[in-house]
Design a protein. Structure first.
Length: 512
């Protein structure tokens, strides 16, 4: 029983565990002082209270829904010690502190529910869940004013309320002045997807709600620009403390000068995100700057998680993101509304916004680490089977991005203890899933391995693997069912893999 509670602690943290699984102190979460929740086995008598029990424990409230009670202990007594004592009683199924929670963040922007890329419930006729998971991700991070994102585009409408308090003094490389005002509209809409103000009862919400935005105008009022202006903007960014650059730009040739400028920006620690291009399948492939090895090249998906027909394909494609009829700001500072925006120009700023939130959580992240987190967290095989093969493919790259999983990956890397034993490299894909998910992990030598699925209470619902395994990468499929081959209810579950002295756990969400 103690192991069950300890498993719950391990799973909630979603971290690697390198010590025996035991007690409740492993859960780093706020709780009500002096209170714990005690669950009883079915059929056990719960008539008696805990008067005179361990640590002065007494029942103050009972649950009519589940066999559990709220227990209060004497002032100054230790809650964790009381849990340990109560677990020794045969009628007690579990005992843990009375943890506290809070409401999840849902912006009050007037058009937030039309932004299916944040939270897709099928409101636009698409597939529920075909989104980047913003709704729950924003509880983990919403960005920081310490992060600066440069938008290399047609400029940004400086009077727009969606960017109030967020715009830094930029530059116009087309006209050679310090006024990067948008005279086209493209840059304003791009910036809206990336970082429109949230929770201001106006318009839409960007992915990042707090980053500083640096407008750099490299395209004219017709949406055209030169390679030299793009190079100049990249060079200028290196002097301005920029953390992320978004380039919703296509059809530039990858000249030596442009690639050298991209390389220099990458070497300076700036994460470069670019559109893959809008020429679809064929010999078009990925256009520059997205084709460069120094950029994260982003294709587009629709609200059913299928590759948008216009989205360019090819060997340089890294990821895909929503980019077909996604809702962003209107190019009119007075309009409390949204406008549909289509193209890989729309997909790139969504990823750039994700990167800026990731960097806000961990400013020490390298570009290689950011790319790896995005790829590992991407949802694979969500598109058409003929295109979206397992792993990387030229149509979807590593998959459709997921903000929630990406932030969880960052937080896991930040909080993970120093390993004293080999890493199992535990991965689950797809995650979230509606049917099945593939569990992959690595063991350094032949040994016995156990892999199981647990529900949120810590109860094991499915044994996936138990026995000796050869060294190397292992793959196990979980079909969303329990040990009796019954479909499990949608919700959060945890997969635990134990091998030798190592035990790793990770969360998986089973969708309706």
């Amino acid at each position: 029983m103690r192991e069950r509670i300890a498993l719950l602690a391990a799973f909630i943290s979603c971290l690697s565990i390198f010590a025996p699984l035991r007690v409740f102190a492993d859960i780093d979460a706020p709780a009500v002082p002096g209170e714990l929740i005690v669950g009883f086995h079915e059929g056990a008598s719960r008539a008696r209270g805990f008067a005179g029990g361990p640590h002065g424990a007494e029942i103050v409230r009972r649950s009519t829904l589940v066999p559990a009670a709220l227990v209060r202990i004497a002032p100054g007594e230790d809650v964790h010690a009381a849990c340990e004592e109560l677990l020794r009683r045969p009628e007690v199924a579990f005992a843990h502190p009375n943890y506290t929670g809070r409401a999840g963040f849902i912006p009050n922007d007037s058009q937030i529910f039309s932004q299916w890329h944040h939270n897709n419930g099928g409101q636009s006729g698409g597939t529920s869940g075909a989104d980047i998971g913003s709704r729950f991700a924003w509880d983990l991070g919403r960005g920081s004013a310490s992060i600066t994102v440069a938008v290399l585009d047609t400029g940004i409408d400086s009077d727009h309320p969606e960017f109030s308090g967020r715009l830094l003094p930029g530059h116009d490389f087309v006209n050679g002045d310090s006024d990067p005002e948008d005279d086209h509209g493209h840059g304003t809409q791009v910036a809206g997807l990336l970082a429109a103000n949230a929770d201001n009862s106006f318009g839409v919400a960007g992915v990042d709600h707090f980053c500083q935005i640096l407008p750099l105008k490299v395209l004219d009022d017709q949406g055209n620009g030169t390679t030299f202006d793009l190079i100049a903007a990249l060079d200028w960014s290196r002097t301005q403390g920029v953390d992320v650059i978004n380039m919703s730009l296509i059809n530039y040739p990858l000249s030596g000068g442009l690639d050298a400028a991209l390389q220099a920006a990458d070497a300076a620690g700036i994460t470069l995100v670019a559109s893959a291009g809008n020429n679809g399948i064929g010999d078009a492939d990925i256009s520059a700057p997205g084709v460069s090895a120094y950029t994260i090249s982003v294709g587009a998906t629709d609200d059913s998680d299928q590759r948008a027909a216009f989205s360019a394909t090819g060997q340089a494609l890294d990821l895909v993101a929503p980019g077909a009829n996604v809702e962003t700001v209107v190019f009119d500072s007075a309009a409390n509304a949204s406008s549909a925006f289509t193209g890989t120009s729309a997909a790139a700023p969504i990823v750039a916004g994700m990167v800026s939130v990731m960097k806000a959580l961990d400013p020490s992240l390298t570009n290689a680490e950011i790319r790896q987190h995005l790829q590992d967290a991407a949802q694979d095989q969500v598109g058409l089977p003929a295109e979206d093969a397992a792993g990387w493919d030229e149509y979807h790259g590593s998959g459709r991005v997921n903000l929630l999983a990406s932030l969880e990956a960052v937080l896991g890397a930040v909080d993970a203890p120093v390993a004293t034993v080999p890493d199992l490299a535990l991965r689950l894909s797809p995650n979230p899933t509606r049917s099945e998910s593939v569990l992959r992990f690595r063991i350094p030598q032949p040994q016995r391995v156990e892999a199981s699925v647990y529900d949120i209470s810590g109860r094991r619902v499915r044994s996936l693997l138990a026995g000796p395994r050869p060294a190397g990468t292992q793959s196990v499929v979980w079909d969303g069912r329990d040990d009796r081959d019954r479909p499990l209810r949608p919700g959060v579950y945890f997969v635990r893999v134990a091998s030798g002295a190592v035990s790793h756990a990770c969360k998986v969400t089973l969708l309706p």
